[in-house]
Design a protein around this ligand. Structure first.
Ligand SMILES: C[S@@+](CC[C@H](N)C(=O)[O-])C[C@H]1O[C@@H](n2cnc3c(N)ncnc32)[C@H](O)[C@@H]1O
Length: 368
């Protein structure tokens, strides 16, 4: 599920809607659930293309991953801009902190995300190995698209085309020097073997990305992933973007809406609030954990010049809906580091005296 799926404000003020209190954690999925989860990737790519086409940010590659472009409303475009821009800022800091070292990015549940291609085009992939993993179905489709577009396959290394025509039965689909793509089921016990097969180096600084992924898998499996990442790597960062606050009126409607689509948010009840998200990562071995909801990310973390540029693009008057949606998503930044623990300015970009819980003040925050 992505934030384009939230119904209009009017529809969740109805008192008739009562969502199930608890999502059930289970390892076996219901019929069609996997397909529904996989389809969230198509939604994400489509929304990103809409934001790109409107000029919110540059991505020359996302168009290849969307069959039928759909124009999205400003609320969605702005939300995706904020989500992508935050990742850009985290990566910039990661590159600055580890500028001299060889390093790795691992995108868990990568979907059709184009980050590797964007970094490559900007010349930012020197000293970097980029790993992407997702369900086999998604990975196979991603390869098909890459293979069909010269612009994409040229950005993967020389030997790649030979490797691709090789062993289709393996979970390793692309194993080039700088870009590695493999199949995973994050719910499976053998999950992490794929990283050995892809040749990950546990001693290199490594940044993990999990955007709207762990929320779809049972709490215990997500915990295993979070713990594996903190325990196996010497220097690492784990960035998660996902839904929070399932219990208020909007949150209940959000859950119901997603359940109807067949891909329930399996871990949201275990980590409903920012403090629970924080505790999850601290309990699993991370040294420092910062969490901001997306309203704070937009208001305080995203570069002010970028906000100025993009707020000129479209007329925007859905402040109340914006506020509601953005407070139901968060970014988690978990850090394990001996030298760079305090490099990352995330939570402390928010002024101490800000009173963001006051809904009446939202309109003031959008004066640009
Ligand atoms: C909402 S999409 C997000 C895709 C990408 N991270 C992005 O931000 O554009 C969620 C992705 O997580 C993947 N995913 C969900 N559960 C997974 C699992 N158990 N194992 C591997 N991938 C999974 C889906 O296949 C899908 O590609």
């Amino acid at each position: 599920m992505d934030n384009n799926k939230i119904p209009p404000l009017s529809s969740f003020t109805s008192k008739k809607t009562i969502a199930p209190k608890r999502a059930v954690d289970h390892f076996s999925m219901k019929q069609g659930q996997k397909e529904s989860i996989i389809s969230t990737n198509d939604d994400a790519a489509s929304c990103k293309l809409s934001a790109v086409d409107k000029g919110y940010y540059i991505d020359d590659f996302v168009k290849h991953f969307v069959k039928v472009p759909i124009k999205r409303p400003p609320l969605i475009n702005r939300g995706f801009f904020s989500r992508v821009e935050a990742i850009e800022q985290f990566i910039k800091q990661f590159f600055t902190s580890y500028s001299q070292e060889r390093k790795q990015i691992v995108s868990l549940g990568c979907g059709f995300d184009t980050l590797y291609f964007r970094l490559k085009k900007r010349g930012d992939t020197q000293n970097l190995v980029f790993f992407e993993v997702d369900y086999e179905e998604v990975v196979k489709n991603k390869i098909k698209i890459i293979k069909a577009q010269k612009e994409l396959y040229q950005m993967i290394d020389q030997e790649w085309s030979q490797k691709l025509s090789g062993d289709y039965s393996s979970n390793v689909k692309i194993n080039s020097p700088y870009y590695r793509l493999g199949c995973i089921d994050l719910k499976s016990l053998e999950t992490f073997e794929i990283f050995d097969q892809l040749g990950i180096d546990y001693n290199l600084p490594t940044l993990f990305l999990s955007e709207c992924v762990l929320i779809y898998i049972p709490t215990e499996c997500g915990n295993n992933t979070i713990h594996w990442a903190s325990s196996k790597f010497t220097e690492s960062l784990f960035i998660t973007y996902e839904q929070i606050k399932p219990s208020d009126e909007f949150g209940q409607m959000m859950l119901k809406n997603i359940e109807i689509k067949g891909c329930p948010l399996l871990s949201i009840q275990s980590f409903p609030e920012i403090k629970d998200q924080k505790k999850r990562y601290l309990d699993k071995g991370w040294n420092r954990v910062d969490v901001l909801d997306m309203r704070d990310v937009y208001n305080y973390f995203i570069d002010k010049n970028r906000i100025k540029e993009t707020e000129r693009l479209e007329i925007f008057d859905e402040f109340e809906e914006w506020d509601l949606i953005q407070t139901h998503y968060c970014y988690v930044l978990a850090i394990k580091s001996s030298q760079h623990l305090n490099d990352f300015n995330f939570e402390n970009t928010k002024p101490l005296n800000s009173n963001n819980n006051n809904n009446n003040s939202i309109n003031n925050k959008f004066i640009s």
